[in-house]
Write a protein that binds this ligand. Sequence first.
Ligand code: PAJ
Length: 286
Amino acid sequence: MKIVKTLEELRTARTHLNAPVGLVPTMGFLHAGHLSLVQCARQDCASVVVSIYVNPTQFGPNEDFAAYPRDVDRDLDLLRDAGVNLVWVPTEEVMYPHGYQTFVTVEEITQVLEGAMRPTHFRGVTTIVAKLFNAVQPDKAFFGQKDAQQVAVLQQMVRDLNFNLEMVVCPIVREKDGLALSSRNIYLDVDQRKAALVLSRSLRKARELFAAGERDAIKIHQAMDAVFADEPLARSQYISLVDPKTLLDIEKIETEALVSMAVYMGKTRLIDNTILGKPDLTLDQP
Ligand code: PAJ
C-alpha cells in the first residue's frame, strides 16, 4: 500500500494503478462503515484509492472541526489490512493553499435538511470532493447512504459538472443493536449510547407503518415523534419525509420516501435515515 501526501506524489502513483480505479473519500478515524465502502470498491475496481482529510470548510464555526477524532496511524493499518492500493493524506497546504478562493456550490438541494441546519456545510463538501475527483481522476467513487443528502448533492454535482465517473452508493452499516456507525459515536456516554437507539427504533417504526400500507407522511411523522417522546435524553432537530431525489417534502408517498433525521444526544449530533419503498436490510431483519 502506497501512502502519499503531495499532489505530485499522488499523480505519479496514480499512473501506476490498474483501471478501473475506485476512490473512497473519508475524513479518517475509520470504522466498519468506511471499511464497507473499501470492500465495495475492491469488488468493483482493480485498484482502490482512499483519501483521508478532515476538511475544515465543511464544518461550521461552532462545529467540532478541532475536536473531530483523528488517528491516521490506526487508519493506515486498517486500510493496509483491507487491501487498499493507495492512500492520499493531503495537508491543508495542499488542499487550501494560502490565497485559496474557489468554491463549488450546488444550489436548491443544499438548502433543505442538513443544509438548512448547517448553511455552509455542503459548499465545503462539494468543493473538497470536486478537488479529490480532479486530483485522483477515479472511474468510480464510493459513498455511504448514511449521509443521504451528501449522496444526492454529489450526484447532482457530478451530473452538472460532467465529471466522468460513476457514483456508487453503499448501505448504512449499523451496530448489532441498530445504531448507525459514526466517528461521532465515541462522544456518547453510556446512557446516551443506550438512548441513541431511538433513531433506528423510530426509523423501524416508519418502515413498519409503510409496510402495513400507511402512505400519509404526517401520520408516519407523528408515530416517529411518539417514539421520541419516550426518550428524554434525545432531542430531535428535524425528522423529514422527502422525495429521495429532489429532497422536497412529501405529503402522500407514491413510490419512495427518504426519512431522515438529525438528533442531539447532549452535545453530540447524530444523523440517520432510511428509504421507504426500498428494501433496507440493516433495519428490516428480525
Ligand atoms: P466521513 O464522515 O469520514 O465518511 C466517509 C464515507 O463513509 C461517507 O461516504 C459516509 O457516508 C460513509 N459512512 C460513514 N458512516 C457510515 C456507515 N455507518 N455506513 C456506511 N457508510 C458510512 O462523509 C465524509 O466523511 C465527508 O463529507 C467527505 C465525503 C469525505 C468529504 O470531506
